[in-house]
Design a protein around this ligand. Structure first.
Ligand code: GLP
Length: 238
């Protein structure tokens, strides 16, 4: 894992956008894995800015999102479908984008369909990740064993509390999610992991120890041949 430390969140987003720009120049029809959460908001704003300025072209690229709450309606402002449209897909043209369907009646069938769709697209070239306070990637929560492909997962108390900040007092927070598995993430050719903010410093420290802590799902990334960790000083504990 290659680690690059930046002074600010803005610089982090610029550096991550540069990696995506380079990927799109090399392969305009790249298959991009995308994430949700507060950390990626600045990067998506940078994608929108660069795309508007004609500096990045996503029009031949495909996008696959990591996860979606379950069950949730796409029209719910808390859905990741809504988040992605609002932050990115309504502003930047992609050849296509796909997000696990939080409205699916049969979640197992939806997970199998999603994996087949990623495979048919040729697999993910460049995967974007954030990290949960508990070390989750996507919604692969700390566990004794880890899923390979997309699956229905129970969210842990830590993730429910961390993400409750996005939900209003009258909004129902789904207790489950459909998430790409550790295997799906690991099969990506390249991975960019963004970590920002002092509240992520304890989990970043455990990841950066360079040991496989099996209760920190992100540690599996240490075994991947092409992971770039982009982190700010606050998260790095500097
Ligand atoms: C969310 C998502 C993850 C994300 C992480 C961190 O719940 N499922 O894909 O990376 O938790 O979110 P944030 O960037 O808001 O801290």
């Amino acid at each position: 894992m290659k680690k690059i430390v930046f002074d600010s969140y803005e610089e982090m987003c610029g550096a991550a956008a540069d990696i995506y720009a380079k990927q799109l120049l090399k392969k305009p029809d790249s298959v991009l894995g995308l994430a949700t959460g507060g950390t990626v908001v600045g990067l998506y704003a940078e994608f929108v800015r660069r795309s508007g300025a004609g500096e990045m072209d996503f029009s031949k690229a495909s996008a696959f999102n990591l996860d979606e709450y379950y069950p949730i309606k796409k029209s719910n402002p808390q859905s990741y479908d809504y988040f992605m449209r609002q932050k990115l897909f309504d502003h930047v043209e992609f050849a296509r984008f796909s997000i696990p369907d939080g409205e699916a009646h049969d979640p197992a069938a939806e997970c199998a369909r999603y994996d087949a769709e990623i495979e048919a697209a040729g697999g993910i070239d460049l995967m974007l990740l954030g990290i949960g306070l508990n070390g989750h990637i996507g919604f692969n929560e700390p566990a004794i064993s880890y899923a390979m492909g997309t699956g229905l997962v129970d969210l842990t108390e830590s993730s429910l509390v961390a993400n409750s900040r996005f939900f209003g007092p009258d909004e129902i927070q789904p207790p489950q999610a459909l998430s790409m598995g550790i295997g799906s993430i690991f099969a990506s050719r390249s991975i960019v992991l963004l970590i920002s903010g002092a509240n992520k410093a304890p989990i970043a420290k455990r990841l950066c120890e360079g040991k496989i802590h099996t209760d920190v799902p992100a540690c599996f990334l240490l075994l991947h041949p092409d992971v770039t960790l982009i982190i700010d000083r606050a998260a790095n504990g500097d």
